[in-house]
Design a protein around this ligand. Structure first.
Ligand SMILES: [Zn+2]
Length: 202
């Protein structure tokens, strides 16, 4: 089964082909500069591509005995809208019972109203991309408030600057990517060359 997980190169080819992986001179919403940007929904707009990526990620969880032994009484949780197609795909592949997702309401990340403590199965958190890790860390706290242990965590792409663990839980990904982020424009390679910047919204 492990052999059926596509290589990082294969996944990057899919992301390039669909326009999800982009090269240029980008300024992220937090002000950081990078020569790379991932607009992951562009890969998830094609059903077949979405399926390949989600099934591949699901296999990283399936091989974990602690996780596979708890199926199907597991909840797949997304920290934001970008992770929702990933969550549905992974749920499908693992036949997990539940799906939840958090949303940003103003400056606060929350689940929808009326989800009660004790209703959420042991959880696997999935996202399309983990850039800083803040979204999954915030969602981890929300899930714990609902009384659910987090038993797995993963994304299609994880930036190498982000944490590779959530507490004791390893963060699994199909691609580990060094985004070469610059905190300030003055350190940025492309700013020094006067390359025009593109501001990205997410
Ligand atoms: Zn720059």
């Amino acid at each position: 089964m492990v052999d059926l997980i596509p290589s990082s190169d294969t996944v990057m080819q899919i992301l390039k082909r669909t326009g999800a992986f982009r090269e240029g001179h980008f300024v992220y919403p937090n002000g950081k500069h990078s020569p790379y940007y991932f607009q992951m929904p562009l890969a998830f707009r094609y059903y077949d591509t979405a399926r390949v990526l989600a099934v591949a990620l699901s296999r990283k969880f399936r091989v974990d005995r602690d996780i596979s032994s708890q199926l199907p009484k597991v909840s797949i949780i997304s920290p934001s809208s970008g992770g929702i197609p990933v969550a549905f795909g992974v749920r499908d592949a693992l036949s997990a019972e539940q799906i939840y997702w958090a949303e940003q309401e103003g400056d606060k990340r929350r689940f929808r109203q009326y989800i009660n403590k004790g209703e959420v199965n042991p959880s696997i958190m999935v996202d399309d991309i983990i850039r800083s890790g803040h979204a999954i860390e915030e969602t981890d706290s929300l899930v714990k408030e609902l009384g659910s242990p987090v038993i797995g965590c993963g994304a299609i792409v994880r930036f190498t600057a982000a944490p590779d663990k959530l507490g004791a839980v390893p963060i699994r990904s199909l691609v580990e990517f060094d985004a070469q982020m610059y905190d300030e424009g003055e350190d940025c390679r492309d700013c020094k060359k006067d390359v025009p910047v593109e501001h990205v919204r997410f």
